[in-house]
Design a protein around this ligand. Structure first.
Ligand SMILES: *Cc1c(COP(=O)(O)O)cnc(C)c1O
Length: 387
């Protein structure tokens, strides 16, 4: 049996006619940039996230970049995030001329540890602290960061909160008073990616920023189009961050199926849990569900010993699996000048060495899930023998 890490063709088969018809409509209209399809998608995404406004942009990376620009983050400023995320999170910080201030992750969720955020901010002198303008929590692998304390700390220090929700569309977070909010609708800016492999994927690049504030919404729309206030009158320096109509047309169709697909991801996660239990593999740590609705963008194991050997073994047996973020950001060559040591963020370093993502896409079958776990069991037997 062959189990790929992701198989987008299976999803496309089921919705091909709808997608092709929607795409043809855009070709017939010959309106390829922004326009009614993008506006419709923005409305639908804002409603889906139970947020007020949404602005379609060119990618998840640009969603982060335009949010930092709208928040007024620039040269000499500092933005807090974690070193265990996709590069785009920190790339956006540096591209507006700011510096990242890293804080470590929680070992169970891989998300920003709010206690470490507070420690990092309170350790700064007053002048340094005044340079910190924003914090970017990432809802990694499809589970929300612990937003309640992060929002409180951000409010206390006067920081904008830019949620990196690229992997978490539809994820939910419950506050202590019982209120439930969706990923992207808690901070000042909620950034989504429609990269084809994400839970809601376009037929190319795309992204979205969700906000609750009308002034911010209008500012984002201006920045998206080179800071154009009126035609050829530029109030700000923005960029070309526009979303394509074809992407919007595809995403309008796919958004209708998102909850069905997400529930299938959750069902697959439960099947994995059952299969691991039956196999008696208790030396492997399964994903910890701490927040309300984990949307399983990835199903990430923690294997304390032999992670790379397990990956090679699964690949040899035609099972797709991947190490996300083998090099934490504080160890990247482009940040050498910041003089971080690997041990500065021990949980990020450990996660980079121990985690492995298994196939979890909605169309994955139960027999495939059992085949994957069976092979992991085989591997563990061999490891034991070889001591
Ligand atoms: C995918 C991703 C991004 C960037 O999105 P693109 O659409 O690929 O630009 C940013 N942050 C995280 C955590 C991501 O997974």
């Amino acid at each position: 049996m062959k189990v790929p890490l992701l198989d987008l063709k299976r999803q496309f088969e089921g919705i091909k006619d709808e997608i092709m018809a929607a795409t043809e409509e855009v070709y017939q209209s010959q309106q390829f940039i922004l326009g009614p399809k993008v506006a419709e998608l923005e409305d639908n995404v804002a409603t889906y996230c139970k947020g007020k406004y949404a602005v379609g942009v060119s990618s998840g990376t640009d969603a982060l970049l335009i949010s930092l620009m709208a928040a007024g983050v620039g040269i000499g400023d500092v933005v807090v995030t974690t070193p265990y995320t996709f590069f785009a999170t920190v790339g956006a910080i540096v591209r507006v001329g700011a510096q990242p201030l890293f804080v470590d992750i929680d070992s169970k969720t891989y998300n920003m540890d709010p206690g470490k955020l507070e420690d990092a901010l309170s350790a700064l002198g007053e002048q340094e602290r005044s340079r910190v303008k924003a914090v970017i929590p990432i809802h990694l692998y499809g589970q929300c960061a612990d937003m309640e304390p992060i929002l409180k700390i951000a409010e206390h220090y006067g920081l904008a909160v830019v949620e990196d929700a690229a992997q978490a569309i539809g994820a939910e977070y419950q506050f202590q008073d019982g209120r439930v909010k969706k990923a992207g609708a808690m901070g000042s800016y909620g950034c989504f990616s429609f990269y084809p492999t994400k839970n809601l994927g376009a037929a190319g690049e795309g992204g979205m920023v969700v906000t609750q504030d009308e002034t911010t919404y209008n500012h984002l729309k201006i920045l998206r189009n080179h800071g154009d206030i009126k035609r050829y009158e530029h109030g700000f320096v923005g960029g070309n961050f526009r979303l394509h109509a074809i992407q919007a047309a595809v995403l309008i169709i796919k958004l209708k199926y998102l909850d069905e697909w997400t529930n299938q991801r959750i069902a697959n996660a439960n099947s994995y849990r059952n299969a691991f239990k039956e196999a008696g593999l208790d030396n492997i740590l399964l994903p910890v569900e701490k927040e309300k609705r984990h949307v399983y963008h990835q199903f990430v194991l923690r294997v304390e010993k032999g992670r790379d050997r397990l990956k090679a073994f699964l690949n040899e047996n035609d099972i797709g699996c991947e190490v996300y973020y083998p090099v934490p950001l504080h160890m990247q060559a482009c940040f050498r000048h910041m003089n971080y040591a690997p041990e500065d963020f021990p949980e990020s370093k450990k996660a980079a060495l121990e985690t492995l993502a298994l196939p979890i896409y909605p169309e994955l079958g139960n027999e495939e899930i059992y085949y994957v776990v069976d092979n992991i069991k085989k591997f563990m037997k061999i490891e034991k023998k070889e001591g």
